[in-house]
Design a protein around this ligand. Sequence first.
Ligand code: LLP
Length: 443
Amino acid sequence: MTTPLLPGHPHLAYRATPSGQDLYLEGVRLADLARAHGTPLFVYSRQAMLDALAAYQRGLASRLAQGKALICYALKANSSLAILQLFARAGCGFDIVSGGELERVLAAGGDPARIIFSGVGKTRAEMRQALNAGNGAGIGCFNVESEAELDVLNEVATGQGKVAPVSIRVNPDVDAKTHPYISTGLKGNKFGIAHERAVAVYQHAARLRGLKVVGIDCHIGSQITEERPYLDALERVLDLVEAIEAAGIPLRHIDLGGGLGIDYHGDTPPAADALWHKLLARLDARGHGAKAIYIEPGRSLVGNAGVCLTEVLYLKPGEQKNFCIVDAAMNDLPRPAMYEAYHQIVPLAPRTSAQAGGTVSQLNYEVVGPVCESGDWLGHDRVLAVQAGDHLAVLSAGAYCMSMASNYNTRGRAAEVLVQGEQATVIRRRESAADSFRHDILL
Ligand code: LLP
Protein backbone atom coordinates (compact mmCIF):
# COMPACT_ATOMS: atom_id res chain seq x y z
CA MET A 1 0.00 0.00 0.00
CA THR A 2 1.26 3.48 -0.74
CA THR A 3 0.33 6.80 0.81
CA PRO A 4 1.06 9.83 -1.40
CA LEU A 5 2.75 12.44 0.70
CA LEU A 6 1.72 15.69 -0.86
CA PRO A 7 -0.22 16.81 -3.91
CA GLY A 8 2.94 18.55 -5.16
CA HIS A 9 5.04 15.37 -4.92
CA PRO A 10 3.26 12.70 -6.95
CA HIS A 11 6.32 10.43 -7.16
CA LEU A 12 7.13 10.49 -3.46
CA ALA A 13 5.18 8.10 -1.25
CA TYR A 14 5.35 5.97 1.88
CA ARG A 15 5.03 2.23 1.30
CA ALA A 16 3.96 -0.10 4.05
CA THR A 17 6.57 -2.63 5.19
CA PRO A 18 6.28 -5.38 7.84
CA SER A 19 7.99 -3.08 10.36
CA GLY A 20 6.29 0.20 9.47
CA GLN A 21 6.67 2.52 6.50
CA ASP A 22 9.43 3.53 4.13
CA LEU A 23 9.66 6.58 1.90
CA TYR A 24 10.09 5.87 -1.81
CA LEU A 25 10.86 8.15 -4.72
CA GLU A 26 9.41 6.43 -7.79
CA GLY A 27 10.33 2.76 -7.18
CA VAL A 28 13.42 3.41 -5.08
CA ARG A 29 13.55 3.13 -1.30
CA LEU A 30 15.31 6.29 -0.16
CA ALA A 31 16.81 4.65 2.95
CA ASP A 32 18.71 2.27 0.65
CA LEU A 33 20.22 5.22 -1.22
CA ALA A 34 21.19 6.95 2.03
CA ARG A 35 22.98 3.79 3.17
CA ALA A 36 24.63 3.12 -0.18
CA HIS A 37 25.80 6.65 -0.97
CA GLY A 38 25.92 8.41 2.40
CA THR A 39 24.33 11.72 3.33
CA PRO A 40 23.65 14.51 2.63
CA LEU A 41 22.41 13.19 -0.68
CA PHE A 42 20.22 14.80 -3.31
CA VAL A 43 17.83 12.45 -5.08
CA TYR A 44 15.74 13.46 -8.09
CA SER A 45 12.84 11.78 -9.87
CA ARG A 46 13.23 11.74 -13.64
CA GLN A 47 9.50 11.24 -14.10
CA ALA A 48 8.62 14.20 -11.88
CA MET A 49 10.75 16.46 -14.09
CA LEU A 50 9.25 15.10 -17.29
CA ASP A 51 5.74 15.45 -15.87
CA ALA A 52 6.42 19.06 -14.93
CA LEU A 53 7.72 19.68 -18.45
CA ALA A 54 4.69 17.94 -19.94
CA ALA A 55 2.37 20.45 -18.24
CA TYR A 56 4.13 23.29 -20.09
CA GLN A 57 4.09 21.28 -23.32
CA ARG A 58 0.34 20.80 -22.99
CA GLY A 59 -0.20 24.48 -22.27
CA LEU A 60 1.86 25.51 -25.30
CA ALA A 61 0.82 22.59 -27.52
CA SER A 62 -0.81 24.68 -30.25
CA ARG A 63 2.34 26.82 -30.67
CA LEU A 64 4.77 23.93 -30.25
CA ALA A 65 3.01 22.10 -33.08
CA GLN A 66 3.76 25.04 -35.37
CA GLY A 67 7.36 25.32 -34.17
CA LYS A 68 6.43 28.62 -32.54
CA ALA A 69 7.26 27.96 -28.90
CA LEU A 70 10.47 27.28 -27.06
CA ILE A 71 10.75 26.11 -23.46
CA CYS A 72 14.12 27.32 -22.25
CA TYR A 73 14.96 25.60 -18.97
CA ALA A 74 16.58 28.16 -16.62
CA LEU A 75 19.45 26.03 -15.45
CA LYS A 76 20.36 28.23 -12.54
CA ALA A 77 17.68 26.21 -10.70
CA ASN A 78 19.66 22.99 -11.07
CA SER A 79 22.55 22.76 -13.47
CA SER A 80 23.67 19.14 -13.10
CA LEU A 81 24.71 17.84 -16.50
CA ALA A 82 22.46 14.77 -16.44
CA ILE A 83 19.44 16.98 -15.78
CA LEU A 84 20.40 19.28 -18.65
CA GLN A 85 20.79 16.21 -20.83
CA LEU A 86 17.31 15.05 -19.86
CA PHE A 87 15.76 18.40 -20.82
CA ALA A 88 17.84 18.70 -24.01
CA ARG A 89 16.62 15.27 -25.11
CA ALA A 90 13.06 16.31 -24.32
CA GLY A 91 13.43 19.18 -26.81
CA CYS A 92 14.10 22.06 -24.44
CA GLY A 93 16.24 25.08 -25.03
CA PHE A 94 18.07 26.75 -22.15
CA ASP A 95 18.13 30.11 -20.42
CA ILE A 96 21.69 30.81 -19.32
CA VAL A 97 23.13 33.63 -17.23
CA SER A 98 26.88 33.07 -17.54
CA GLY A 99 29.61 31.68 -19.75
CA GLY A 100 29.86 28.86 -17.24
CA GLU A 101 26.24 27.90 -17.80
CA LEU A 102 26.84 28.04 -21.55
CA GLU A 103 29.69 25.55 -21.17
CA ARG A 104 27.46 23.29 -19.09
CA VAL A 105 24.68 23.27 -21.69
CA LEU A 106 27.13 22.48 -24.47
CA ALA A 107 28.77 19.75 -22.36
CA ALA A 108 25.33 18.20 -21.87
CA GLY A 109 24.60 18.21 -25.61
CA GLY A 110 22.24 21.22 -25.68
CA ASP A 111 21.60 22.96 -29.00
CA PRO A 112 23.29 26.41 -29.08
CA ALA A 113 20.56 27.76 -31.37
CA ARG A 114 18.08 27.10 -28.54
CA ILE A 115 20.03 29.04 -25.94
CA ILE A 116 19.00 32.46 -24.70
CA PHE A 117 21.39 34.48 -22.59
CA SER A 118 19.88 36.54 -19.75
CA GLY A 119 21.55 38.55 -17.01
CA VAL A 120 22.41 42.16 -16.16
CA GLY A 121 26.19 41.78 -16.20
CA LYS A 122 27.41 39.89 -19.24
CA THR A 123 31.13 40.37 -19.80
CA ARG A 124 32.71 40.94 -23.20
CA ALA A 125 34.37 37.54 -22.93
CA GLU A 126 31.00 35.89 -22.30
CA MET A 127 29.49 37.73 -25.26
CA ARG A 128 32.30 36.48 -27.52
CA GLN A 129 31.88 32.96 -26.16
CA ALA A 130 28.14 33.04 -26.91
CA LEU A 131 28.57 34.59 -30.37
CA ASN A 132 31.02 31.83 -31.32
CA ALA A 133 29.22 28.87 -29.74
CA GLY A 134 28.12 26.03 -32.01
CA ASN A 135 31.07 26.31 -34.41
CA GLY A 136 30.54 30.01 -34.87
CA ALA A 137 26.77 29.96 -35.46
CA GLY A 138 26.18 31.50 -32.02
CA ILE A 139 23.35 31.23 -29.53
CA GLY A 140 19.69 31.89 -30.26
CA CYS A 141 19.24 35.23 -28.52
CA PHE A 142 20.79 37.70 -26.09
CA ASN A 143 18.30 39.12 -23.60
CA VAL A 144 19.79 42.57 -23.15
CA GLU A 145 19.14 44.32 -19.86
CA SER A 146 20.47 47.87 -20.31
CA GLU A 147 21.28 50.50 -22.90
CA ALA A 148 24.97 50.27 -21.99
CA GLU A 149 24.92 46.51 -22.61
CA LEU A 150 23.37 47.05 -26.07
CA ASP A 151 26.29 49.24 -27.09
CA VAL A 152 28.89 46.84 -25.73
CA LEU A 153 27.24 43.85 -27.42
CA ASN A 154 27.12 45.77 -30.69
CA GLU A 155 30.83 46.55 -30.39
CA VAL A 156 31.78 42.97 -29.52
CA ALA A 157 29.63 41.47 -32.30
CA THR A 158 30.99 43.90 -34.90
CA GLY A 159 34.51 43.07 -33.76
CA GLN A 160 33.80 39.38 -34.32
CA GLY A 161 32.21 40.04 -37.72
CA LYS A 162 28.86 38.85 -36.38
CA VAL A 163 25.34 40.08 -35.86
CA ALA A 164 23.94 39.33 -32.41
CA PRO A 165 20.23 38.42 -32.20
CA VAL A 166 18.74 40.45 -29.36
CA SER A 167 15.62 40.91 -27.39
CA ILE A 168 15.40 43.61 -24.77
CA ARG A 169 14.25 42.81 -21.28
CA VAL A 170 11.57 45.25 -20.30
CA ASN A 171 10.44 45.87 -16.80
CA PRO A 172 6.64 45.79 -16.82
CA ASP A 173 6.45 47.22 -13.27
CA VAL A 174 4.04 44.60 -11.93
CA ASP A 175 4.19 43.15 -8.46
CA ALA A 176 4.86 39.41 -8.60
CA LYS A 177 3.78 39.21 -4.94
CA THR A 178 6.73 37.10 -3.92
CA HIS A 179 9.78 37.40 -1.62
CA PRO A 180 11.55 40.76 -2.20
CA TYR A 181 14.85 38.98 -2.98
CA ILE A 182 13.26 37.10 -5.88
CA SER A 183 10.91 39.77 -7.21
CA THR A 184 12.37 41.30 -10.34
CA GLY A 185 9.67 43.13 -12.30
CA LEU A 186 9.23 46.23 -10.14
CA LYS A 187 10.60 49.68 -10.93
CA GLY A 188 13.13 49.54 -8.12
CA ASN A 189 14.76 46.32 -9.37
CA LYS A 190 18.11 46.20 -11.16
CA PHE A 191 16.59 44.15 -13.99
CA GLY A 192 15.34 45.23 -17.40
CA ILE A 193 14.60 48.54 -19.06
CA ALA A 194 11.84 50.82 -17.79
CA HIS A 195 8.57 50.58 -19.67
CA GLU A 196 8.70 54.27 -20.62
CA ARG A 197 12.17 53.97 -22.19
CA ALA A 198 11.49 50.78 -24.11
CA VAL A 199 10.49 52.20 -27.53
CA ALA A 200 13.45 54.60 -27.59
CA VAL A 201 15.83 51.82 -26.62
CA TYR A 202 14.44 49.56 -29.37
CA GLN A 203 14.89 52.36 -31.89
CA HIS A 204 18.50 52.73 -30.78
CA ALA A 205 19.05 48.93 -31.01
CA ALA A 206 17.56 48.80 -34.49
CA ARG A 207 20.17 51.32 -35.69
CA LEU A 208 23.16 49.28 -34.48
CA ARG A 209 24.87 47.24 -37.21
CA GLY A 210 26.06 44.47 -34.93
CA LEU A 211 22.57 43.69 -33.61
CA LYS A 212 19.42 42.21 -35.01
CA VAL A 213 16.28 42.82 -32.97
CA VAL A 214 14.31 39.58 -32.81
CA GLY A 215 12.17 39.73 -29.71
CA ILE A 216 11.09 41.18 -26.40
CA ASP A 217 11.58 39.72 -22.97
CA CYS A 218 10.35 40.05 -19.42
CA HIS A 219 10.70 38.08 -16.21
CA ILE A 220 8.86 39.40 -13.19
CA GLY A 221 10.09 37.22 -10.36
CA SER A 222 10.23 33.74 -8.95
CA GLN A 223 7.99 31.47 -6.82
CA ILE A 224 4.92 33.27 -8.20
CA THR A 225 1.78 31.58 -6.93
CA GLU A 226 -0.92 33.68 -8.62
CA GLU A 227 -1.90 34.01 -12.26
CA ARG A 228 -2.72 37.71 -12.05
CA PRO A 229 0.89 39.01 -12.22
CA TYR A 230 1.43 36.99 -15.42
CA LEU A 231 -1.76 38.28 -17.00
CA ASP A 232 -0.90 41.85 -16.05
CA ALA A 233 2.67 41.56 -17.28
CA LEU A 234 1.45 40.12 -20.59
CA GLU A 235 -0.88 43.10 -21.18
CA ARG A 236 1.93 45.55 -20.39
CA VAL A 237 4.37 43.73 -22.66
CA LEU A 238 1.83 43.56 -25.50
CA ASP A 239 1.28 47.33 -25.20
CA LEU A 240 5.00 47.70 -25.81
CA VAL A 241 5.08 45.14 -28.63
CA GLU A 242 2.42 47.17 -30.42
CA ALA A 243 4.26 50.44 -29.82
CA ILE A 244 7.59 48.98 -30.98
CA GLU A 245 6.08 47.47 -34.11
CA ALA A 246 4.25 50.73 -34.82
CA ALA A 247 7.71 52.35 -34.75
CA GLY A 248 8.68 50.00 -37.62
CA ILE A 249 10.56 47.34 -35.66
CA PRO A 250 9.03 43.88 -36.15
CA LEU A 251 9.36 41.34 -33.33
CA ARG A 252 9.47 37.60 -33.98
CA HIS A 253 9.14 36.35 -30.44
CA ILE A 254 7.84 37.26 -27.02
CA ASP A 255 9.67 35.79 -24.03
CA LEU A 256 7.63 35.80 -20.86
CA GLY A 257 10.35 34.51 -18.55
CA GLY A 258 9.97 31.94 -15.81
CA GLY A 259 8.86 32.32 -12.24
CA LEU A 260 6.00 29.90 -11.76
CA GLY A 261 5.99 28.73 -8.13
CA ILE A 262 5.76 25.27 -6.62
CA ASP A 263 3.99 23.84 -3.59
CA TYR A 264 6.53 24.01 -0.75
CA HIS A 265 4.01 24.01 2.05
CA GLY A 266 0.41 24.45 1.02
CA ASP A 267 1.24 26.91 -1.78
CA THR A 268 -1.24 26.77 -4.64
CA PRO A 269 0.40 28.08 -7.81
CA PRO A 270 -1.62 27.85 -11.02
CA ALA A 271 -0.94 24.73 -13.12
CA ALA A 272 1.41 25.47 -16.02
CA ASP A 273 -0.99 24.10 -18.64
CA ALA A 274 -3.99 26.11 -17.44
CA LEU A 275 -1.91 29.27 -17.09
CA TRP A 276 -0.50 28.97 -20.60
CA HIS A 277 -3.87 28.24 -22.14
CA LYS A 278 -5.04 31.53 -20.67
CA LEU A 279 -1.97 33.49 -21.71
CA LEU A 280 -2.09 32.15 -25.28
CA ALA A 281 -5.77 33.00 -25.49
CA ARG A 282 -4.94 36.60 -24.56
CA LEU A 283 -2.14 36.71 -27.11
CA ASP A 284 -4.48 35.45 -29.82
CA ALA A 285 -7.23 37.84 -28.75
CA ARG A 286 -4.85 40.77 -29.12
CA GLY A 287 -3.77 39.61 -32.57
CA HIS A 288 -0.38 38.12 -31.72
CA GLY A 289 -1.20 34.54 -32.63
CA ALA A 290 1.65 34.36 -35.16
CA LYS A 291 4.43 35.30 -32.76
CA ALA A 292 6.71 32.68 -31.26
CA ILE A 293 6.53 32.31 -27.48
CA TYR A 294 9.61 31.66 -25.37
CA ILE A 295 9.50 30.83 -21.69
CA GLU A 296 12.22 30.37 -19.07
CA PRO A 297 10.96 28.09 -16.30
CA GLY A 298 13.43 26.85 -13.70
CA ARG A 299 12.03 25.97 -10.28
CA SER A 300 8.71 24.61 -11.55
CA LEU A 301 10.49 21.98 -13.68
CA VAL A 302 12.77 20.58 -10.98
CA GLY A 303 11.89 21.88 -7.52
CA ASN A 304 9.47 19.21 -6.40
CA ALA A 305 11.31 16.47 -8.26
CA GLY A 306 14.08 16.44 -5.66
CA VAL A 307 14.70 15.67 -2.00
CA CYS A 308 17.80 15.99 0.14
CA LEU A 309 18.46 13.04 2.45
CA THR A 310 20.18 13.75 5.75
CA GLU A 311 21.08 11.82 8.88
CA VAL A 312 20.26 12.89 12.42
CA LEU A 313 23.63 13.28 14.17
CA TYR A 314 22.59 14.46 17.63
CA LEU A 315 19.55 15.45 19.60
CA LYS A 316 20.19 18.31 21.97
CA PRO A 317 17.30 19.05 24.31
CA GLY A 318 17.31 22.58 25.68
CA GLU A 319 15.39 24.74 28.10
CA GLN A 320 13.94 26.93 25.38
CA LYS A 321 14.46 24.81 22.30
CA ASN A 322 15.25 21.28 21.29
CA PHE A 323 17.80 20.96 18.54
CA CYS A 324 17.89 18.18 16.00
CA ILE A 325 21.37 18.39 14.50
CA VAL A 326 21.58 16.82 11.06
CA ASP A 327 24.44 16.32 8.61
CA ALA A 328 23.01 18.62 5.89
CA ALA A 329 23.60 22.33 6.38
CA MET A 330 23.19 25.79 4.91
CA ASN A 331 26.01 25.06 2.48
CA ASP A 332 23.86 22.26 0.99
CA LEU A 333 20.43 23.87 1.45
CA PRO A 334 20.90 27.65 1.52
CA ARG A 335 17.26 28.64 1.01
CA PRO A 336 16.11 28.68 4.65
CA ALA A 337 19.09 30.81 5.73
CA MET A 338 18.82 33.14 2.71
CA TYR A 339 15.08 33.61 2.35
CA GLU A 340 13.64 32.05 5.50
CA ALA A 341 12.22 29.53 3.06
CA TYR A 342 10.09 26.64 4.30
CA HIS A 343 11.01 23.13 3.21
CA GLN A 344 9.08 20.20 4.60
CA ILE A 345 11.20 17.74 6.56
CA VAL A 346 9.94 14.18 6.92
CA PRO A 347 11.40 10.92 8.25
CA LEU A 348 12.37 8.20 5.76
CA ALA A 349 10.90 5.59 8.12
CA PRO A 350 8.34 7.24 10.37
CA ARG A 351 8.00 5.66 13.79
CA THR A 352 4.65 4.11 14.58
CA SER A 353 2.69 5.79 17.38
CA ALA A 354 3.70 2.99 19.79
CA GLN A 355 7.36 3.55 18.99
CA ALA A 356 6.92 7.30 19.09
CA GLY A 357 5.11 7.17 22.41
CA GLY A 358 7.59 4.69 23.86
CA THR A 359 11.31 5.23 23.93
CA VAL A 360 11.37 7.93 21.26
CA SER A 361 9.37 10.97 22.13
CA GLN A 362 7.76 13.26 19.67
CA LEU A 363 9.18 16.73 20.22
CA ASN A 364 9.25 20.14 18.66
CA TYR A 365 12.67 20.64 17.09
CA GLU A 366 14.81 23.27 15.49
CA VAL A 367 16.38 21.27 12.68
CA VAL A 368 19.89 22.65 12.23
CA GLY A 369 23.11 21.77 10.43
CA PRO A 370 26.70 21.54 11.65
CA VAL A 371 27.88 24.86 10.16
CA CYS A 372 29.14 27.44 12.65
CA GLU A 373 26.42 30.03 12.14
CA SER A 374 23.20 30.58 14.04
CA GLY A 375 21.63 31.11 10.61
CA ASP A 376 22.39 27.50 9.74
CA TRP A 377 18.90 26.13 10.20
CA LEU A 378 16.78 23.99 7.90
CA GLY A 379 13.47 24.11 9.73
CA HIS A 380 11.95 25.83 12.77
CA ASP A 381 9.39 24.20 15.06
CA ARG A 382 9.23 20.81 13.40
CA VAL A 383 7.40 18.04 15.25
CA LEU A 384 9.47 14.89 14.87
CA ALA A 385 9.90 11.56 16.64
CA VAL A 386 13.55 10.86 15.88
CA GLN A 387 16.74 9.38 17.27
CA ALA A 388 20.38 9.85 16.30
CA GLY A 389 21.05 7.73 13.24
CA ASP A 390 17.58 8.24 11.74
CA HIS A 391 17.30 9.60 8.23
CA LEU A 392 15.19 12.56 7.17
CA ALA A 393 14.23 13.94 3.77
CA VAL A 394 14.15 17.67 3.12
CA LEU A 395 11.52 18.08 0.41
CA SER A 396 11.28 20.43 -2.59
CA ALA A 397 15.07 20.33 -2.83
CA GLY A 398 15.35 19.98 -6.60
CA ALA A 399 15.66 23.71 -7.31
CA TYR A 400 18.10 26.30 -5.98
CA CYS A 401 19.71 23.90 -3.54
CA MET A 402 22.56 22.00 -5.17
CA SER A 403 23.04 24.84 -7.67
CA MET A 404 23.49 27.28 -4.77
CA ALA A 405 25.52 24.92 -2.58
CA SER A 406 28.95 26.02 -1.38
CA ASN A 407 32.01 24.57 0.32
CA TYR A 408 31.62 26.76 3.41
CA ASN A 409 33.29 25.16 6.44
CA THR A 410 35.23 23.04 3.92
CA ARG A 411 32.28 20.76 3.45
CA GLY A 412 32.40 18.88 0.18
CA ARG A 413 29.23 19.29 -1.82
CA ALA A 414 26.73 16.42 -1.66
CA ALA A 415 26.35 13.64 -4.21
CA GLU A 416 23.33 13.50 -6.52
CA VAL A 417 21.30 10.52 -7.70
CA LEU A 418 18.62 10.36 -10.40
CA VAL A 419 15.94 7.71 -10.10
CA GLN A 420 13.92 6.21 -12.92
CA GLY A 421 11.45 3.55 -11.89
CA GLU A 422 13.41 1.14 -9.73
CA GLN A 423 16.76 2.24 -11.08
CA ALA A 424 19.04 4.76 -9.35
CA THR A 425 22.01 6.41 -11.09
CA VAL A 426 24.67 8.56 -9.44
CA ILE A 427 24.84 11.76 -11.51
CA ARG A 428 27.39 13.56 -9.35
CA ARG A 429 29.97 12.10 -7.00
CA ARG A 430 30.37 13.49 -3.50
CA GLU A 431 33.12 16.11 -3.32
CA SER A 432 36.02 15.38 -1.04
CA ALA A 433 37.72 18.01 1.11
CA ALA A 434 40.70 17.71 -1.24
CA ASP A 435 38.41 18.59 -4.18
CA SER A 436 37.46 21.78 -2.39
CA PHE A 437 41.06 22.98 -1.92
CA ARG A 438 42.63 21.68 -5.10
CA HIS A 439 43.09 25.20 -6.46
CA ASP A 440 44.75 26.50 -3.27
CA ILE A 441 48.48 27.19 -3.51
CA LEU A 442 50.81 26.77 -0.52
CA LEU A 443 53.44 29.45 0.04
N1 LLP B 1 14.59 33.83 -16.15
C1 LLP B 1 15.29 34.77 -15.49
C2 LLP B 1 15.75 35.95 -16.21
C3 LLP B 1 15.54 34.62 -14.11
O1 LLP B 1 16.20 35.56 -13.46
C4 LLP B 1 15.07 33.47 -13.43
C5 LLP B 1 15.33 33.27 -12.01
C6 LLP B 1 14.38 32.49 -14.18
C7 LLP B 1 14.14 32.71 -15.54
C8 LLP B 1 13.85 31.23 -13.58
O2 LLP B 1 12.90 31.51 -12.60
P1 LLP B 1 12.09 30.31 -11.91
O3 LLP B 1 11.19 29.70 -12.96
O4 LLP B 1 13.07 29.35 -11.38
O5 LLP B 1 11.32 30.97 -10.83
N2 LLP B 1 17.44 31.47 -5.54
C9 LLP B 1 16.06 31.88 -5.45
C10 LLP B 1 15.43 32.04 -6.81
C11 LLP B 1 16.17 33.03 -7.68
C12 LLP B 1 15.55 33.16 -9.05
C13 LLP B 1 16.43 33.97 -9.94
N3 LLP B 1 15.98 34.10 -11.29
C14 LLP B 1 15.31 30.85 -4.61
O6 LLP B 1 15.92 29.90 -4.15
O7 LLP B 1 14.11 31.02 -4.36
